[in-house]
Design a protein around this ligand. Structure first.
Ligand code: RI2
Length: 326
């Protein structure tokens, strides 16, 4: 039996965005969400579908290509869901317009949410405080930027975040804001936690029980921070809330290539060990002091109320519908 979905045309530029997300040229949960939404806009612009049904089928196929890239950051399917929710029209032209409108509105909301979240997170930070960061999170940086704009002077221990060293991006961004930056290897974090007032991390997904799914190494940092009595705060827009976890689904943890950890030659030299490269881990809610969103600050255990408000029980994937010849 032939697969009707295989005949559906997806724009080359959508495939390129998907490849860039997969290879982490485009990375960070919020950035991935914006890129995926914009890619749907490009699909709509470049489509030469002759019927509304064909146009919709192409849009679904484009969304599937994007959704299949990285499994952990729920901002990606949440972005696709958002765009699909508002697509409406009787003609291809009307549908195209409505995709563009929906994408623009989504990207505006992302920017506004990050600014609002930043102002709320900044209230936790006092003049002279020292933070510790893990990985690179634009939601975390928004909090620091807002605090700096309020005239607060801050210092930061920045964990390098093996294997991809996204800590370097954070170090550069914080230095540009005028923060006094110290870069440390991941395993040095505990040594410096006594000098730290707040651990600030982002999230790729937040589960209904308040667990924070974030870059590998977050959970160890949180346990150490709790041991030292240092508050750990997660900055995450509501697009990081994982609606599937309301109905018992778990969050997939992305496993990446061995080569990110050890090259083939070194692997051969050291006896070809099995290599595991999980990109994320899960920090249980008891190790998290607060989740800062654009809707306010929440204890992790109460995030479920916000999730129900925002998503209900809806976990639909409109792009996953079976294709048929129309
Ligand atoms: P923002 C990143 O994942 C990090 O885990 C970071 O904390 C998270 O996305 C959120 O990023 P990756 O894409 O949305 O580097 O706050 O694997 O920018």
């Amino acid at each position: 039996m032939s697969d009707p979905a295989a005949d559906i045309e997806v724009a080359d530029s959508v495939h390129r965005v998907a490849e860039d997300i997969d290879s982490m040229e485009i990375r960070g949960a919020a950035t991935i969400a914006a890129a995926a939404a914009e890619a749907l806009g490009v699909q709509a612009a470049e489509s030469d579908a002759e019927s509304p049904a064909a146009f919709r089928a192409e849009l679904r196929a484009a969304a599937r290509v994007l959704a299949d890239t990285r499994p952990t950051a729920v901002s990606l399917p949440n972005a696709l869901r958002y765009v699909f929710r508002d697509v409406d029209g009787q003609t291809v032209g009307e549908l195209r317009e409505s995709v563009h409108g929906s994408v623009a509105e989504f990207c505006d909301r992302l920017d506004t949410a990050q600014n609002d979240l930043g102002r709320i997170g900044a209230n936790r930070l006092r003049d002279g405080d020292t933070i510790m960061t893990h990985c690179h999170s634009t939601d975390v940086l928004a909090c620091v930027e807002a605090a700096v704009e309020q005239g607060k002077s801050l210092s930061a221990y920045v964990k390098e975040t093996r294997p991809r060293n996204q800590g370097h991006i954070t170090a550069e961004a914080l230095a540009e804001m005028g923060v006094d930056v110290t870069l440390v290897v991941d395993s040095a974090a505990r040594r410096y936690l006594n000098d730290v007032d707040h651990v600030l991390v982002g999230a790729d997904s937040i589960a209904a029980d308040g667990s924070v799914v974030n870059k590998i190494g977050t959970s160890g940092l949180a346990v150490n921070a709790r041991d030292r009595g240092t508050p750990i705060v997660c900055a995450a827009q509501t697009i990081k809330l994982h609606p599937g976890t309301l109905t018992g689904h778990t969050v997939d943890i992305e496993m990446r290539e061995e080569a990110e950890i050890v090259d083939a030659e070194t692997a051969a030299e050291i006896g070809e060990p099995r290599v595991l490269n999980p990109a994320f881990d899960v920090t249980p809610p008891r190790y998290v002091d607060a989740i800062v969103t654009e809707r306010g600050q929440f204890p992790p255990e109460s995030i479920v109320t916000l999730m129900r408000d925002l998503f209900g029980e809806s976990t639909t994937e409109p792009w996953a519908e079976q294709e048929s010849h129309e």
